[in-house]
Design a protein around this ligand. Structure first.
Ligand code: AMP
Ligand code: MG
Length: 397
């Protein structure tokens, strides 16, 4: 029996890093993983510029509030002004370069125009409302590290230093299939004893959400031959094969046997709830991960273990999620012999509540939750106690 931490370590140890790269346009880089660090060839901003619409002055020329200065020039964003003549002000707009000689910008709200001059009703401070050249990025500075997942801000940052394309790791291919004679695809009505294949949809969201390419191989019946055939097909097209169901020690559980036959397998029991055994294996060059069939177990196990594994395989540098201390809005009085990850939700009172039914078949709990509360073995909780809260935002993206 492994602890949850040992299971995570074991999986991460087996996750090979990404190698193959390609170049994509920055506009197409959302969700991709940067393959090499990016540095800036320019200074951002390139020139000292105004943070406000107003008047650029020499601080020394404004000895007192109420000073009147002639306006000697007008500088719009995109233009470059001339050296500011002493004893004058320059009308200036946000983003426009500060003219040489000026050392402050007064907000127009503190000034009023009077003929061809301006009356300044405040005392400027040196550097006021001036955005310094290079205050964001110096020439040669690294702006993005290798292994960064590219989001909206990273796309904008790359563009701000003039990059049009980025080197990224090849998209990871993840093949999934779902074992169970009871499974039916939505769109068909249920016969006796049948249930809908919800794990297919949960995993579609999870795998796509990470930016992997999903190869969906559908439902596979509970037989060794069918499982073997599906596995061989999956391993020949994907970097990682993920299945749900068929990994308990029940009579209709063929997944482990099939992986064993086609490759090699390791099976880990993990001391946590929800969670059944997790199967890791290799079939040729593909990794194999067998998730439990119970919808909540599949969801939680994916978030806590498979996600970091896939992220590392994708070339991501920071693969671990963060947990935060929050106060409990619930009681947990029966100390458990396994670590529990409870479906929980932050309340407006700043405390975490838990879904009333924590059974591993109740998928409603996952849709309701916006996080997991992590309860250690033997831990009991009274309302107001501190508990560890893992936001789903840390686990789903
Ligand atoms: P298993 O791990 O195959 O023993 O399945 C455990 C439980 O999860 C059983 O109640 C199954 O019916 C259910 N289950 C298995 N696969 C799925 C699936 N793809 N979607 C929804 N429930 C499933
Ligand atoms: Mg089954």
């Amino acid at each position: 029996m492994l602890t949850a931490n040992q299971l995570l370590d074991a999986l991460l140890e087996r996750a090979r890093s990404a190698r193959e790269t390609e170049t994509v346009a920055v506009t197409a880089a959302l969700g991709r993983v940067l393959a090499t660090p990016q540095t800036s060839a320019i200074t951002v901003p390139p020139l000292d510029n105004s943070a406000m619409d107003g008047y650029a002055v020499r601080v020394a020329d404004v000895a007192a509030a109420g000073t009147r200065l002639p306006v000697s020039q007008r500088i719009l964003a995109g233009a470059v002004g001339e050296s500011l003549q002493p004893g004058t002000a320059a009308r200036i707009f946000t983003g426009a370069p500060i003219p040489p000689g000026a050392d402050a910008v007064l907000m127009q709200e503190y000034c009023y125009a009077e003929g061809d001059g301006v009356v300044i009703n405040a005392l400027p401070r040196r550097g006021e409302n001036v955005r310094r050249a290079g205050e964001d990025i110096e020439t040669g500075a690294q702006v993005l590290d290798a292994g960064t997942r590219i989001g909206a801000a990273e796309m904008g940052l790359a563009a701000s230093v003039g990059l049009a394309e980025l080197p990224v790791f090849r998209r990871l291919k993840v093949a999934c299939f779902f074992t169970g004679d009871e499974l039916v695809t939505p769109g068909t009505s249920l016969g006796p004893g049948q249930i809908y294949n919800s794990n297919r949809y949960t995993l579609t969201g999870l795998v796509n959400g990470l930016g992997c390419e999903l190869i969906d191989l559908g439902i596979v019946p509970d037989s060794l031959e069918a499982t073997e055939a599906a596995l061989a097909g999956a391993a020949s097209v994907a970097d990682v094969v993920i299945t749900s169901g068929g990994v308990s020690v029940g009579e209709a559980d063929y997944v482990k046997a099939a992986v064993e036959k086609l490759g090699r397998v390791e099976m880990w029991k993990v001391a946590m709830k929800p969670g059944k055994p997790l199967v890791y294996g290799r079939v040729d060059e593909a990794d194999f991960i067998g998730l439990p069939g119970n919808p909540v177990s599949a969801f939680v196990t994916f978030c806590l273990f498979v996600r970091p594994f896939l992220l590392k395989r994708m070339g991501v540098r920071d693969v671990l999620y963060r947990a935060f201390p929050v106060k409990a809005d619930f009681a947990w009085t029966k100390p458990g012999v396994r670590r529990e990850f409870l479906r929980a939700r932050m309340q407006e009172n700043g405390r975490a509540a838990i879904y009333p039914n924590q059974s591993s078949g109740v998928l409603t709990s996952c849709a309701w939750a916006d996080g997991l509360v992590d309860i250690e073995i033997g831990q009991t909780v009274q309302p107001g106690d501190w508990v560890r809260f893992i936001p789903l935002a840390e686990l789903l993206a």
